[in-house]
Design a protein around this ligand. Sequence first.
Ligand SMILES: [Zn+2]
Length: 51
Amino acid sequence: MGPPAINARKTECIHGHPFTTANTYWHRGWRQCRTCNLHAVKAYRTRLETA
Ligand SMILES: [Zn+2]
């Protein structure tokens, strides 16, 4: 019983996005929220462009 097991029972990410098949992908055994990842990439690009 570790963090991945606890994470697997959740139905939404830490930001409240639903963990649906379309919104979820696996990375190294961890579930990743596509919406959050998209936002993270967007923010990262914005930082690069404005830096
Ligand atoms: Zn999310």
